[in-house]
Design a protein around this ligand. Structure first.
Ligand code: ADP
Length: 379
């Protein structure tokens, strides 16, 4: 009833009232004139007196029929359109009739459903796109960091090679001449013999460091052949298994039996495995689990064999993770670490056209990965 009171002249209902009212007044007037002609005895005022209310009642009935059948359903449609254009996709029109208005309401509801579905799809796509962009941006950032690190290590390698080469010759001289001096020294000069032996020991220590530097700068010769990483890591474990630092360490082996062979120098790759295993044992303070896994991965469409060594140690802090492959970087106490293990490993893997990298979360251990290009499979 309230909506009936809200009818305005320019609305369809308003126009209906005006139209039907005028029509009925006109029809009533015609009827009264005709009636008066047929029955001149009945006074005209009487005809209006009885005919007027009749005309009004018929007009109201006609108006109500039209209002409930046309105007009200149309107002629902108008309201729906307004809401839809304001972005409200949940508004539905509740008209069940089989006529044109019902069909219109049904089409409106179907259109709202489709629009809602489309809007949800668009929102999901946008979200997925944003996530993908974020993921790619992180990947690019990481790749950039890795590139800078690789460049830094490459220039360090060149410098290390130069320094090692310059020091190696005088060092060989020191060792050779010390040995000659030792031979010439009479046995009763005990102190001299002890001093010369110290020189030889120290020079040999330097020699070892130089060897490490040469390894990092990839200036050592290698003998390459087809190698199965599963066999190589198993042999390495058999070798280190006897050492006390590995006695309380559990090895969780997840080797892919179908891993293809790689072309490598087995001694050098074994040295890399050893370095990683020793670091893992040191990080875990000689107790915990080391997971060793092999699998095939694809890098830029090229197949590589991957070897993963994951420990349950404290992990590597963010601020040093970019430095651990640099020569002489160590967090181990003086005399325990030289900081050459990972630098040499990096040099060896680089020389094999492979990659070595680390992933670590503080408190959750460290995972080292080695990728080596596999031999093309023969049919
Ligand atoms: P060193 O073992 O002589 O310190 P490395 O080059 O092998 O030299 O390692 C460099 C540094 O990298 C280590 O001192 C240590 O801080 C860090 N590191 C290497 N492996 C691990 C590991 N598995 N967990 C935590 N830190 C590690």
């Amino acid at each position: 009833m309230r909506s009936l009171l809200k009818i305005r002249v320019h609305s369809i209902a308003g126009k209906l009232i005006l139209g039907i009212g005028s029509l009925m007044v006109f029809v009533g007037f015609l009827f009264a004139l005709t009636f008066n002609k047929e029955f001149p005895d009945v006074p005209l005022e009487k005809t209006f007196y009885y005919g007027g209310p009749f005309v009004v009642i018929i007009s109201v009935i006609l108006f109500l029929i039209l209002y409930f059948l046309v105007t009200k359903p149309l107002s629902y449609l108008v309201e729906g359109m307004k809401r839809l254009s304001a972005g409200d996709m949940d508004y539905r029109i509740n008209i069940d009739s089989d006529d044109e208005i019902g069909l219109l309401a049904h089409s409106f509801n179907a259109m709202s459903d489709e629009l809602k579905e489309y809007k949800e799809k668009m929102e999901n796509w946008t979200k997925e796109l944003e996530e993908e962009v974020q993921k790619k941006a992180t990947e690019i950032y990481k790749a950039q960091e890795q590139l800078i690190n690789t460049e830094k290590l490459a220039s360090l390698g060149r410098m290390a090679a130069g320094v090692a080469h310059e020091i190696n010759n005088p060092l060989t001289g020191i060792v050779t001449f010390s040995h000659l001096m030792l031979r010439r020294t009479p046995p009763e000069n005990v102190q001299d013999i002890e001093d010369i032996n110290t020189i030889i020991d120290q020079a040999e220590r330097c020699s070892k460091i130089i060897k490490g530097l040469l390894g990092f700068s990839r200036k050592t010769a290698s003998e390459k052949g087809p190698v199965n990483l599963n066999t190589l890591i198993s042999n390495t474990l058999a070798m280190v298994g006897r050492q006390s630092r590995f006695h309380n360490i559990r090895f969780d082996m997840r080797l892919d039996p179908s891993i293809p062979e790689v072309v490598a120098d087995p001694n050098q790759i074994q040295q890399v495995f050893l370095n990683l295993l020793i670091n893992a044992a040191d990080a875990m303070e000689k107790k915990g689990t080391v997971t060793i896994a092999t699998r095939v991965v694809k890098n830029n469409g090229r197949e590589s064999a991957e070897l993963e060594i994951t420990d349950t140690g404290p992990g590597i802090p963010e601020e040093i993770i970019g430095k651990i492959f640099e020569p002489f970087f160590t967090t181990k106490p003086a005399g325990k670490g030289t900081g050459l293990g990972l630098a040499v490993s990096y040099g060896i893997i680089k020389k094999h056209e492979g990659v070595i990298f680390v992933k670590s979360q503080l408190g959750k251990g460290a995972s080292f990965y080695i990728h080596l290009p596999v031999l093309p499979r023969t049919a």
